[in-house]
Design a protein around this ligand. Sequence first.
Ligand SMILES: Cc1cc2nc3c(=O)[nH]c(=O)nc-3n(C[C@H](O)[C@H](O)[C@H](O)COP(=O)(O)OP(=O)(O)OC[C@H]3O[C@@H](n4cnc5c(N)ncnc54)[C@H](O)[C@@H]3O)c2cc1C
Length: 552
Amino acid sequence: MQDGQTPTPDRTAPNGAGATAVNAHGDAAASGTEIDATGHHEGVGGQRGVAGGGNGFGTATATRGGTRVGGRTVIMGAGPAGLCPAYVLSKAGVPTVVLEKAPFVGGLARTIKRQTEHGEFKFDIGGHRWFTKNDALNDLFREVVADELLWVNRISRIYFDGKYVDYPLKIGNALQAIGPVTAARAMADYGRIRVQHRLRPEPILSMKDAYVDQYGPTLYKLFFERYSEKVWGLPCDEVSGDWVSQRTKGMSIMTAVKDAVVPSKGKVVSLIDEFMYPRDGFGRFSERMADGVTGLGNEIRLNTGVERVHREGNRVTALTVSTEHGQERVEGDNFISSIPLTLLAQIVEPAAPAAVLDAAKSLTYRNVITVNLMLKKRQVTNDTWLYVHDRNILFGRFHEPKNWSAAMVPGEDYTSLVIEYFCSFGDQIWGMSEEELVERSIKHLVEDMGFIARDEVIGGFTIRAPRSYPVYTMGYENAVQLVKDYVAEMENLQIVGRYGTFRYNNTDHSIETGLLAAKNILGEQHDLDQVNADQEYHEIKRVREPVGSATA
Ligand SMILES: Cc1cc2nc3c(=O)[nH]c(=O)nc-3n(C[C@H](O)[C@H](O)[C@H](O)COP(=O)(O)OP(=O)(O)OC[C@H]3O[C@@H](n4cnc5c(N)ncnc54)[C@H](O)[C@@H]3O)c2cc1C
C-alpha cells in the first residue's frame, strides 16, 4: 500500500449508544450466490432477537396523519433503509419487528466473507464508501460503527484506451490526458454549446443532453458515453437526464473554472478525497444496527419474505409473510417498506387498479454481478475504484478492498479485487456461468490490462445482485408517480430506501428516508419525498466557516 493510502482509525468516533456487542455475521457465501433485492432468496431459518410484539415497550398514544405515534411498527426489508428506522425506534422504546426475506441483514450493502486455506477474505457487493453532506447522518454512522471506523483516502481513476484520468473529472487533468488538439476541440465545442443554449435554451431530457450541457460533446463522448452505456445497457439518449441531475447537479466545466477563479460564497468542502469505512467491510454498519435493535429487545426475522399487504380502507392492517414454517400473518399499527416499490404495489390486497399494476410492471432494474478474485500479491493498483471505459473489456469497474481496509484480506502478502459487471436478465453477461465470468475477468486483467499474472490468482467466485440499479428510462417518472400516489393512499405505510422509493439513492439517502420515517412515528412531521432533492452536486458542500466536522 502506498503512502497516503493507508486507512487510519477514526479520529473522532464517540462511544455511541448503538455500540452494542459485536457478533460475527456474514458467513462464507456459496459460489455464485444470488442476492435478490426483490427477495427471491432461498435459505435456512434464522431469527435475531426476541419473539413476539408485545414486549413491554411504549404503546400507541395518538394518531398523526395516519401514523400511530409510538405504535407497533412493522418494517419490510433489513437493508440499511429498513434497519435505520428499526434502530432509531428501538432506542426510543417503540416495539418494532423487521421482516427480511434473505438469511442475512444488509441487503446490497452487506459484506461477504470467504474462508480459504490462506485465511479470510471479505468483499462488499461492489465497494461501498460512506459519504454524506448531512451531519445528523454522519453522527448516526459514527455512533453505529463506533470503534470500527476508518478514514480512507480516495484515489479513483478512469481507465480509457490504456490511459488514466482522475475521477471525478478534473478538467485540467482530463484535457492533459487527451492531448492539445482534442483538448482545443473539447473547449471550442463546449463554448459553442454554451452560446447555443443561451440563445436557444432547450429542455434537458436525456442523460446525453445533461452531460453535453455540462461538459460539451467531445468530453461527453470521451468520458461519459461509453461508461454510462455499460452501466445502463442503453444509449444515453434513452436514459432520463434525472440521473445526471441527481448525481452531478451543479458540476460543469463552467463551475470548475468559476470555482478556481472567483472565490465562492462559503467554503467548499469536498467529500471526494476522503471517506469513512468500517474496518471489516461496509456490511458492519447494517450488522451493528441489527445488533442495536435486537440488543434493545426488538426483533429481526430472517428468511421471512413479505408476500401480501392487507389493506382496509386507507390503512394497512397486516402482512402475510412466508417462513420456513409456512405462512403467517403479522399485524401492526405502522408499516415501513424498503422492499421494491414495484413489488409492493403488486402484492396489496385488494389489488391495485390495473393502471397502477401496469405502471409498476413497466419499471425496470439493472443487475450487477461481482467477480471476487483472491490474489497472492501485495497490491494491484493504489486506486479506490478504477472505472474501465474500454468497450472490449466487459466489466465496468473494480475496487481493491485492501486499499480500503487492511482487514479485508488475510495478510499483507495478499490482496483481492471486486470486479463489477452491469447486465440485464437475458443478456450475454447475465447468461455467463461463474466459471466463464471468473476466467473472463482474469483474461482482461492479465492480457488486456497487464495488472496481474495468472499464477497470482488463488481463486474467484461471483455474487449476483439482480435489480440493483433502478433504471430511469425516458418517462419513468410518470409511472413512479402513479405508483407512489397509490401507495400514499395507505396512510400508515411509509416507503423508504433505494428500491423502496425507486430512486437512485446511496446509503446516506436510503437511511435518511428511514430516519425520517422513524421520526414521523415518534410524532414529528417530515416529507420523505424531499430526500435527495438537492440542487447542488452531492459530493460538494458549501458551508460557512468554520468547516463542520463531517469531513474533518
Ligand atoms: C454495486 C453497488 C455499489 C454501491 N456503492 C455504494 C457506495 O459506495 N456508497 C453508498 O452509500 N451506497 C452504495 N450503493 C448503494 C447502496 O447499496 C444502497 O443505497 C443501499 O443498500 C440501499 O439500502 P436499502 O435498504 O434501501 O436496500 P437494500 O440494501 O437492497 O435492502 C432491501 C432489503 O429488502 C429485502 N427484501 C426484498 N424483498 C423482500 C420481501 N418481499 N420481504 C422481505 N424482505 C425483502 C432484501 O432482501 C434486502 O435485504 C451501491 C450499490 C451497488 C449495487
